[in-house]
Design a protein around this ligand. Structure first.
Ligand SMILES: [Zn+2]
Length: 410
């Protein structure tokens, strides 16, 4: 178990309240726990890090001509697909993305877990350092960052998540694979976070450099506390927790939480559009992909009652899209067509790995995994296994049919 895998330990420890468990993934509440775990598991972290550095994906670019010069992977945070206007939500939370040409939004994608640290590694790597279940894999493989570096891309990791993560989380081990690593937020929780727009200047700085670039952008997105994630100009849905004190009436408070959440999504929509515009302005062949690590349980409605060890369907359903620049769409017509054909197919977020490498014509030792937005899913569909707060693995589609409010069996 890695560092701050508080959830499963906390379950076994009656001294840790369910309140702590519920907020275990929320910075900065988890910080003291993370530090304790960091000290305990430092040795294991070093072993993981040197193991990763010693292994090679032996990546090769099969076709160099017309391959993308810029590839951007945006890792989102806590966005539920059920709350995206582009995916049928009743409110327009994605007005700017809806205006963009060249975007294919995937409507049936599930995250690997409901905690950032176990949801992200399995997207970046075929054999992640931390599995969705929370188990450490000492034989873990490097991520797609290494693959892009091996075929000549300059690699950049720009993160709005906490600097603490550089040292203590499963995801920071992958940030180290990039040549250029920048955490735009301060390291201690006494400071207020910058918002995601703090990533745009570093991104434009990268795009102004010649050569081929892979950029990973790690957003704060809709990380709790939602009302802190967007500027006042995005305080669109009212009443929110930014414009008014928290109501004492539970129904009124739930409405404020819900509005604040939707406002944070509208701000993410703005950030994503800014990323697309910046990449587009550079010209040439380029790819931008986005996924959210996991969603959240809704604050209102029949699934609103949160218990620490279960999550609803909405906490697993995440938005994901792939954008190709106009020259890329023209020169890769077959791939562009396949992305559009597959937009409604069922996937997990693991599909991002082979999609990005496939679009860049990069192969790795052992071949790319079958799950890719460039491929129709196998028939019959392999079970989409997801992990809950306690690490137990569940077939998402089977669990959803039993109860949409309780994906993870007890
Ligand atoms: Zn997360």
């Amino acid at each position: 178990m890695l560092v701050s895998d508080v959830a499963s330990e906390a379950l076994a420890d009656p001294k840790i309240s369910s309140w702590t468990l519920q907020w275990a993934d929320v910075y900065p509440v988890n910080l003291p726990l993370a530090v304790i775990h960091f000290r305990e598991h430092q040795g294991k972290l070093h072993a993981l890090q040197s193991g990763l550095a010693s292994r090679s994906l032996q990546a090769q670019q099969m076709v160099h001509a017309h391959s993308p010069e810029v590839v951007v992977l945006v890792i989102g945070e806590s966005a539920s697909a059920t709350r995206w206007g582009l995916l049928g939500y009743g409110r327009d939370t994605t007005p700017q993305l809806a205006q963009q040409q060249g975007v294919v939004v995937f409507s049936d994608v599930v995250g690997l877990s409901v905690l950032t640290r176990t949801a992200v590694p399995g997207v970046l790597s075929r054999k992640p350092v931390l599995k969705p279940s929370g188990d450490i894999d000492l034989q873990a493989e490097p991520s797609l960052v290494q693959a892009f570096a091996q075929v000549g891309y300059q690699t950049h990791w720009l993160s709005a998540q906490s600097r603490m993560g550089r040292h203590d989380t499963s995801i920071s081990l992958y940030a180290r694979e990039a040549a250029d690593v920048r955490f735009v937020n301060p390291g201690t929780y006494q400071h207020r976070f910058h918002m995601d727009e703090a990533l745009l200047a570093p991104l434009r700085d990268v795009l102004a450099q010649p050569g081929r670039h892979l950029v990973v952008l790690h957003l704060l997105g809709s990380h709790f506390d939602y009302a802190l994630r967007y500027p006042s100009s995005f305080d669109h849905f009212q009443p929110s927790l930014q414009s008014a004190p928290a109501a004492t009436d539970p129904a009124r408070y739930a409405e404020q939480v819900s509005n604040s959440y939707d406002n944070s999504l509208r701000y993410t929509d703005h950030i994503l559009a800014q990323v697309l515009n910046a990449v587009q302005q550079r010209g040439g062949n380029s790819v931008v992909a986005y996924f959210s690590d996991h969603g959240v349980d809704p604050a209102q409605g029949q699934c609103a009652s949160q218990k620490p060890n279960r999550r609803s369907e909405a906490a697993y359903r995440v938005p994901a899209f792939v954008w190709l620049s106009e020259p890329m769409r023209t020169q890769h017509r077959a791939q562009w067509q396949r992305l559009q054909n597959n937009a409604q197919q069922p996937y997990t977020t693991r599909a991002l790995y082979a999609t990005l490498l496939g679009l860049a014509s990069i192969n790795v030792s052992g071949g790319l995994p079958a799950e890719s937005f460039l491929q129709s899913p196998a028939q019959p569909l392999p079970p989409r296994m997801v992990a809950g707060m306690t690490g137990n693995l569940v077939d998402f589609d089977a669990a959803r049919q039993k109860s949409a409010c309780s994906i993870v069996a007890h």
